[in-house]
Ligand binder design. Structure first.
Ligand SMILES: Cc1cc2nc3c(=O)[nH]c(=O)nc-3n(C[C@H](O)[C@H](O)[C@H](O)COP(=O)(O)OP(=O)(O)OC[C@H]3O[C@@H](n4cnc5c(N)ncnc54)[C@H](O)[C@@H]3O)c2cc1C
Length: 337
């Protein structure tokens, strides 16, 4: 049995059957021989609700190599490198572009999976290609950006979670740097005479630290629910009933701020056992110490029910919930053993 508590940021004391640390592309090819497996980075978007009857596969390939070209930099990064440390490394080399993505927890290998994004930037803007082993065939592929099917928090890797083991990510970062201050909270920086990538990174760090609990201090899995998307018609009905509703237009539909919906119900600070809605950020559930999978399920379902009753909107978890046999498709039906 392999303890999972220190391998996912929500830190529930569950176990997997075993672990397989992949340290080379050759070893990645043997993953196909495993019966039941789950690829895990740093576990900051993964929550083990139950013991997992399978092997945890970890891509333990590290290292950063880079080449400076006339127009920019090509950087190849091993999947196990920590994302935030990599962003800081780029800034120390005066390579600018990733600064808005500073402080996102997790590994470089997981970054393309959900096309991580924050403060107006998505990682796919800087990925040239992803190197991955196709688990069924054991073949190594270099998958070009255009083939990764990147979209909002999605990619070919997320759609096919057991097919690809990412070993390296290749970045292409142009020297023609343009600060991205499109996110309202960064707009104040526009007033400065000269803006540096480091100043943006510092501002993002300050905003993130004030809004989100640090998982190393208070175990959590970041935004617990996805922001639900509703039709324009439904949005019009909702805004009449709830004039302060926070929503953003996306391609004719509307994305509602899930945190706002939860906050309106007065659920901040609500707990089931040691699993609680964070008292400052309603979209984040935290583990106060000894939360169990049942506590998480109970609180998740309570929030879903209350939001549906009040707003007629169904919240879906953003976090990957893992049960005995792997990814849980429908959290409303899952029974712990
Ligand atoms: C406090 C907090 C704040 C966060 N803020 C943001 C944010 O601003 N923006 C954002 O986009 N996300 C955010 N997240 C979510 C999380 O940081 C990202 O999803 C991150 O990329 C997860 O990295 P990980 O290594 O922990 O992945 P894991 O949770 O270990 O895995 C996530 C997925 O990637 C797959 N995976 C991991 N490594 C590999 C690999 N080598 N090959 C193939 N598949 C792999 C896993 O199978 C799984 O499907 C936040 C999380 C927390 C806890």
């Amino acid at each position: 049995m392999w303890p999972l508590a220190s391998h996912h940021s929500f830190k529930i004391n569950n176990y997997a059957s075993d672990v397989f640390n992949v340290t080379s592309v050759a070893e990645a090819r043997s993953v196909a021989n495993l019966d039941n497996y789950l690829i895990l980075g740093e576990g900051t978007n993964t929550l083990f609700i139950d013991n997992y009857d399978g092997v945890i596969v970890k891509s333990c390939i590290t290292g950063i190599s880079y080449e400076e070209k006339k127009s920019g930099w090509h950087i190849r990064v091993g999947a196990q490198e920590n994302w935030h440390d990599f962003v800081v490394w780029t800034l120390t080399k005066n390579i600018c572009g990733l600064e808005n993505l500073v402080l996102i927890p997790g590994s470089v290998g997981a970054a393309p999976v959900q096309n991580i994004g924050a403060y107006g930037v998505e990682v796919s803007q800087y990925i040239q290609s992803v190197e991955a082993v196709h688990i069924d065939t054991g073949e190594s592929h270099t998958i070009a950006n255009t083939e990764c099917e990147f979209s909002y928090r999605d990619s070919i890797f997320k759609k096919n979670p057991r097919s690809w083991l990412i070993t390296h990510v290749n970045f292409n970062i142009s020297k023609a740097w343009q600060p991205n201050l499109s996110y309202p909270a960064l707009a104040d920086l526009n007033n400065q005479t000269s803006i540096s990538a480091r100043a943006i990174a510092d501002a993002v760090t300050a905003i993130r630290s004030s809004k989100l609990p640090n998982p190393n201090e208070i175990p959590n899995a970041g935004s617990f629910f996805k922001n639900p998307v509703v039709s324009a018609e439904r949005y019009q009905q909702l805004i009449e009933d709830f004039p302060n509703l926070i929503a953003f237009e996306v391609g004719g539909d509307y994305k509602l701020a899930a945190g706002w919906l939860i906050e309106q119900l007065g659920l901040k600070g609500t707990c089931c056992g040691d699993c609680c809605v964070h008292d400052k950020q309603a979209l984040v559930l935290v583990n106060r110490g000894n939360a169990t999978g049942d506590n998480v399920l109970a609180l998740c379902r309570l929030i879903q029910q209350r939001v549906e009753q009040r707003f007629g909107v169904i919240l879906e978890p953003e976090v990957r919930m893992i049960g005995r046999n792997g990814l849980i498709d429908d959290i409303t039906k899952y029974q712990r053993s």
